[in-house]
Write a protein that binds this ligand. Structure first.
Ligand code: FAD
Length: 513
C-alpha cells in the first residue's frame, strides 16, 4: 500500500482554513515537486465566518515573510495598520479609585544589569519622574505609541524596521487575500457544505458527503469549521475542556465604527475594562473594529449593548453591535484519528492578548513537523496534542493573570473575577514565585509566547508586587540603575528618531503619497 498521504482536505474557509492552506501549499509542494501533495479546501457558501479577529502578535511579520507575501500588498489588501503593543485601561484602580493604565509592549529590551534582572532595580528604586510604569523603563513601545509613530523608517525600497511590531488587519479581507494566494499556488477550492461524514471501523474519516458534490474520499482532514467543530466535535466526539471555571466571559458584541480623524490613528490595540468585561478597539486604516467581551452572568445582551454604546459615546451613535456567543476552552485533543482541528474548532481563549491567529500559525507549523503517513502513528498525535495543550494553557494562564490581579471593588464582576474564580495550580505557582523572586527568561522559554517581561509588566503595572522586597535586592545599586536609565533614555531617543507618523507611514506604504 502507498503509505504516503497524497491529499489534505481542509474544511472551513475562515482565517484558520485559509492560513492553513497558504502555509501548507507553500511548504509542502515546494519540497516535493515530483509528487506534490494535493490540498483541497471545502468551504460552506452558507455558513458565514466569525468575521472578527483583527489584532495580532509580533510573530506575524515573520509569518507573512515566510509565506512569501509582500508586506506592502498585505497593508493595501487588508487595510492593515501597525500595532506596537496593547494599552490596558481601567483594569485596576489607584488608591483614590481612579482608573490606571499601562502598555503591554512589544519592544522590551531588558537585559541583565550587573548580573541581575533589572526588574529588581525598578522594584527597589522605581522609575525616574514620568516613568512610573515598568514598561517605560525597559521598553520603547510606550513612548512610540504616545508619539503615534510607525515602527519603520520611510523609504522607497525596504522600510527599515526600528521597533518590533504586529498588525491590525481586516479579518474578512485577510481570509480573502489568503484565499487568492492559496488558489494561485495550487490549492483546490470547493464551495460546498459538509453534510455527513463516513468513518471506517476504527472511526477514521474515510469520506465527506457534500451537499451538492456528493461523496468525497479523504485521507487527512483538517477541521477549521469554527466553534461548531463539525468533525472534531460533532463526529469524533472529542470532549471539550471548558475554561469557564477560570474565565467568566462567554459573549461578545462587535461593531465597526469610522475614524473621527484617521490622521490620529494609534499604533496600538486598546483594551478598556467596563463593568462586566472589557472593550477592544482595533484601529484599521479605513475604520475601527471594536467590541465588548462580557459575561452573561452579569449582563444581559441588552444591558451589555447599552453599556457598550454609552462607552463609545459619539462614536457609537447609530451603531448596532452583533452578538457573538463564545466558547472558552479547548478540545481535549486537537488531533484525533485522521482529523486535526485548527482555529476556533480546536479551542479559544478570550481575545485579550490577540493570540488566536498566532495559535493557528503554530498549529499548522506543528502539523508540518509531525506530518503523518497513512498509518497515523499514535506518537505523532500524542506529541502534537501535548504541545498544543501546553501552548494553550500558557496563554490561558497569562489571560487569567490579568483578571485575578485586578483590584477593582466597584463591581460584582471584578470582585468575582478576583475572588471567586478558580486559579489553576500553574498560575498559583507563578504568583507564589513572584512573591519571592523576579524570574528571568529561562522560566518562560520554549513554546510560550509570553515571557518573563510580559509577566513583569502585568504584575508590576497592576500593583500586585507593591510592598514586596526581595532578598536579591541587596546586591544591586542605585548607581547602576541611574546609569541604566540614562542609557535607556538615550537608546529610546535613538530608536524613535526619524520614525514617521503612523498615518504617514501607512499612506506611504499604500502608495498614497
Ligand atoms: P470561522 O471564521 O468561524 O470559520 C469557519 C469556517 O467553516 C467558515 O468558512 C464556514 O463556512 C465553514 N464551515 C462551517 N461549517 C461547515 C460545513 N458543514 N461545511 C463546510 N464548511 C463549513 N483572534 C486574533 O488573533 N486576534 C483577535 O483580536 C481576535 N479577536 C476575536 C474576538 C472575538 C469576539 C472572537 C470570537 C474571536 C477573536 N479572535 C481573534 C479569534 C479569531 O476570530 C479566529 O481565531 C479566527 O477568525 C479563525 O476562525 P476560524 O477560521 O477558526 O472559524
Amino acid at each position: 500500500m502507498d503509505k504516503q498521504i497524497n491529499e489534505i482536505t481542509i474544511v472551513g474557509g475562515g482565517t484558520a482554513g485559509w492560513l492553513a492552506a497558504a502555509f501548507l501549499v507553500r511548504f509542502m509542494n515546494l519540497r516535493n515537486e515530483e509528487k506534490p501533495t494535493k490540498i483541497t479546501l471545502i468551504e460552506s457558501p452558507n455558513v458565514p465566518t466569525i468575521g472578527v479577529g483583527e489584532a495580532t502578535v509580533p510573530t506575524m511579520p515573520a509569518l507573512l515573510q515566510s509565506l512569501g507575501i509582500s508586506e506592502k500588498e498585505f497593508f493595501i489588501r487588508c487595510n492593515a495598520s501597525f500595532k506596537l503593543g496593547v494599552r490596558f485601561s481601567n483594569w485596576n484602580h489607584d488608591e483614590n479609585g481612579n482608573s490606571t493604565s499601562f502598555i503591554h509592549p512589544f519592544d522590551a529590551i531588558a537585559t541583565q544589569l550587573g548580573g541581575q534582572n533589572p526588574a529588581y532595580h525598578f522594584n527597589k528604586y522605581g522609575g525616574p519622574p514620568g516613568r512610573e510604569n515598568i514598561d517605560d523603563c525597559m521598553a520603547v513601545s510606550g513612548a512610540a505609541i504616545a508619539a503615534k509613530v510607525g515602527p519603520k523608517l520611510l523609504s522607497h525600497g525596504d522600510y527599515e524596521r526600528k521597533l518590533n511590531y504586529a498588525y491590525h488587519l481586516d479579518a474578512g479581507k485577510f481570509a480573502e487575500f489568503l484565499r487568492e494566494v492559496s488558489i494561485e499556488r495550487g490549492v483546490n477550492h470547493v464551495l460546498d457544505d459538509v453534510e455527513e461524514v463516513e468513518q471506517d471501523e476504527r472511526g477514521f474519516i474515510t469520506a465527506l458527503k457534500l451537499q451538492r458534490q456528493g461523496r468525497r474520499p479523504v485521507e487527512l482532514v483538517i477541521d477549521c469549521t469554527g466553534f461548531k467543530g463539525v468533525i472534531i466535535n460533532q463526529v469524533l466526539g472529542v470532549p471539550f475542556r471548558d475554561y469557564s471555571k477560570y474565565l467568566l466571559n462567554n459573549r461578545a458584541l462587535a461593531v465597526q465604527i469610522p475614524h473621527r480623524d484617521v490622521r490620529q490613528i494609534e499604533p496600538c490595540t486598546n483594551s478598556t475594562a467596563l463593568g462586566a468585561g472589557w472593550v477592544w478597539r482595533v484601529p484599521l486604516y479605513n475604520r475601527i473594529g471594536t467590541g465588548y467581551v462580557f459575561s452573561s452572568h452579569f449582563r444581559s445582551d441588552d444591558e451589555a449593548k447599552e453599556e457598550f454604546i454609552a462607552h463609545l459615546g459619539e462614536d457609537g451613535k447609530g451603531a448596532d453591535p452583533r452578538v457573538i456567543p463564545v466558547r472558552i476552552g479547548r478540545m481535549e485533543k486537537a488531533w484525533e484519528k485522521n482529523c486535526i482541528a485548527i482555529g476556533l474548532s480546536a479551542g479559544f481563549i478570550e481575545p485579550l492578548e490577540s493570540t488566536a491567529i498566532y495559535m493557528i500559525e503554530n498549529f499548522v507549523k506543528l502539523i508540518l513537523i509531525n506530518f503523518p503517513d497513512k498509518t497515523f502513528a499514535p506518537a505523532l498525535a500524542r506529541r502534537f496534542n501535548e504541545t498544543t495543550e501546553k501552548m494553550m494553557q500558557a496563554i490561558r494562564d497569562f489571560i487569567i493573570l490579568h483578571y485575578c490581579t485586578n483590584n477593582r471593588t466597584d463591581s460584582d464582576y471584578w470582585r468575582t473575577a478576583r475572588e471567586e474564580m478558580e486559579i489553576p495550580d500553574s498560575v498559583e505557582a507563578v504568583l507564589e514565585e513572584y512573591r519571592h523572586t523576579l524570574p528571568v527568561n529561562t522560566e518562560f522559554d520554549g513554546v510560550y509566547l509570553f515571557n518573563y517581561f510580559s509577566y513583569n509588566t502585568v504584575l508590576f503595572s497592576k500593583g500586585y508586587l507593591n510592598g514586596i522586597h526581595y532578598p536579591a535586592e541587596r546586591f544591586i545599586s542605585r548607581q547602576d540603575w541611574d546609569q541604566r536609565m540614562a542609557d535607556f533614555i538615550k537608546y529610546e531617543q535613538r530608536q524613535l528618531s526619524g520614525l514617521p507618523n503612523h498615518y504617514e507611514l501607512l499612506r506611504h506604504m499604500r502608495g498614497e503619497t
